[in-house]
Ligand binder design. Structure first.
Ligand code: PLP
Length: 303
C-alpha cells in the first residue's frame, strides 16, 4: 500500500521516483498539473480534468504528446498497482529536461515528462475552514493567468503561509483591482442577500471543476447563484461562505479573520445553515454524475 509514482510509464514507489535536475518543471515551474480523485476505481470528472489539462498546455504553448486513452490506461495501471481504494491522483506534465538550465524555450528539446502520483484519498468534505483575507495579491491574469493550472504555485504557497501565520487555515486573495479571487487551492462562494455569489473567471481564478458543477447543481437545489465581482466589504458582510475543490467538495468557512461566523449552541464555529444543507445533497449529485457520466466514459477509454 505504498504511495506510487508513474514516470513516463514506469511505476515505482514515490520515495524512489526521480526527476532529472535539468527538468524544466523543477527548474522553472514550467509544468501543468491536475488533481483527480477516484471513487470505486472511477476518476471523478476525468473528462473535465483532461480537457482542462489540454487548455493549460495550450496556454503555456506546451505540445502534449499522449492521448487521453494512453493516460487513462497509465492511471488505471498505477491505481491497480497501488490498490489503495479511493485514491488521490496527481497528474503532472513538465516541459521535460532541457539541454541547459536556461529559461529560453530553445533549450527545451525533449518530450514532455508525464508523472502520475497515486496516494490514498484524504477527502476533506465538510471540514471547517478558517479563512484569512491576506495582503498578498493573486497573480495578475496578464502576468500568469490563474486559469492556467501550472506547477508554478509560489503565489499560492506564500499567500497560504501568510494566512497560517495569522492563525487561519486558508487564505483568500484579492486581485490588483481589489476584487475577490480565490483561496490557495479552492474557489470561493459567498451568500449575499440569499444569493450564492462566486467571482467571475475575469477576476483571475482557476476555472474549478467543482465550481462549474456547483454552478449547475445549485439552481437544481433551489438556490440562486450568480457569478459576481465581489470586493472585500462584500466578503466581510457575507451571510455564509464556503470553498470548493476536488479534495473538499464544499468546505464551510466557519471563521473569517478570526471572527466566528456561525457559532453553535456552545459558541463554537459551525457551518452556515444553507451550507450545511448543501454538503450532503451535493455529495448525492456527484455520486449520480459519477455513475451516469464518469463511469461509462472511463470504461470506454480503458484498453
Ligand atoms: C488555485 C485553485 N483554485 C481552485 C481550485 C479548485 O479546482 P477544482 O474544483 O477543479 O479542484 C484549485 C484546485 O487545485 C486551485 O489550485
Amino acid at each position: 500500500m505504498a504511495n506510487l509514482c508513474n514516470i513516463d510509464g514506469h511505476i515505482s514507489s514515490e520515495a524512489d521516483a526521480r526527476i532529472p535536475v535539468l527538468d524544466r518543471g523543477f527548474l522553472f515551474g514550467d509544468s501543468i498539473y491536475e488533481v483527480v480523485r477516484t471513487h470505486d476505481g472511477v476518476p471523478l470528472f476525468w473528462a473535465e480534468h483532461w480537457q482542462r489539462l489540454q487548455a493549460s498546455a495550450a496556454s503555456i504553448a506546451m505540445a502534449l504528446d499522449l492521448s487521453e486513452a494512453t493516460m487513462a490506461n497509465r492511471v488505471k495501471e498505477t491505481l491497480t498497482a497501488a490498490a489503495h481504494g479511493d485514491s488521490y491522483v496527481r497528474i503532472v506534465v513538465t516541459r521535460g529536461a532541457g539541454d541547459a538550465p536556461n529559461i529560453d524555450l530553445a533549450y527545451a528539446n525533449s518530450a514532455p515528462c508525464w508523472v502520475i502520483m497515486v496516494r490514498p484519498l484524504a477527502l476533506a468534505t465538510g471540514k471547517p475552514v478558517h479563512l484569512a483575507l491576506v495582503d498578498r495579491l493573486r497573480n495578475d491574469r496578464r502576468a500568469l493567468d490563474p486559469a492556467s493550472k501550472s506547477g508554478n504555485y509560489l503565489n499560492n504557497v506564500l499567500a497560504l503561509a501568510e494566512a497560517k501565520a495569522l492563525g487561519a487555515t486558508d487564505c483568500v486573495m484579492l486581485n490588483a483591482d481589489g476584487s475577490v479571487t480565490e483561496a490557495s487551492t479552492s474557489n470561493v462562494f459567498a451568500r449575499i442577500d440569499g444569493v450564492w455569489c462566486t467571482p467571475p473567471l475575469t477576476a483571475g481564478i482557476l476555472a474549478g471543476i467543482t465550481r462549474s458543477s456547483l454552478l449547475k447543481f445549485l439552481p437544481q437545489a433551489g438556490e440562486r447563484i450568480e457569478e459576481r465581482t465581489l470586493n472585500k466589504a462584500d466578503l466581510l458582510a457575507a451571510e455564509e461562505l464556503f470553498l470548493s475543490s476536488t479534495l473538499r467538495d464544499i468546505g464551510p468557512v466557519t471563521q473569517l479573520n478570526g471572527r466566528v461566523l456561525h457559532p453553535d449552541a456552545e459558541g463554537k464555529p459551525a457551518a452556515g445553515p444553507s451550507t450545511a444543507q448543501l454538503i450532503p445533497t451535493f455529495g448525492e449529485y456527484l455520486t449520480k454524475w459519477r455513475l451516469e457520466r464518469d463511469a461509462p466514459h472511463w470504461r470506454g477509454l480503458l484498453g
